[in-house]
Design a protein around this ligand. Sequence first.
Ligand code: SF4
Length: 179
Amino acid sequence: MKQFFKKLDLLYIKMDRAFDKAADHYGFQCNGCEDNCCKSFFYHHTFIEKDYLLSKANEFDYDRKISLKKSAALYLDTIKHKPLCPLNKDDLCILYNVRPMICRLHGIPHHLSMPGIETKQNPGCDAGASCFNSTNYFSFDRIPFYKEMTEIEKEYRKKVAVSGKIKQTIAHMLLDLSV
Ligand code: SF4
């Protein structure tokens, strides 16, 4: 699987660079807030991101994995109160290097540009609104990232022989930790 995870890593690096460039343009820094990715409710839709994240989470010792599973179960029990992502400990993501695409792209103003479809614009998070509104829009199209992710996911699915839809929160993923 290593070659697939390597490709994913390279895509993640591209995303992080693009995010940093845009954030620099706006003078924006994410300092955590009610709207940050760890407090927002997201589903993730790729097997490769789940498997990559779990491959790292499975390196934790037994007690930590049990504790993560408990946090994940609690998260799902209290989901309507928008709990903190179970991977966030003391305001830090404990699997920051392998956090999924949506965590990486969250917050910055962006658009979705697809042929034949009206371009969708997103203003970014509320915490950054004063930065984002005080300067011109930094062109940030998410579609090339989505496309590249789709290609990597397609190849990965063939390799591991999985099919169908996946729609999971981080908590759902953690319930599949091997303990
Ligand atoms: S995976 Fe990490 S960055 Fe993403 S929401 Fe959870 S704690 Fe935050």
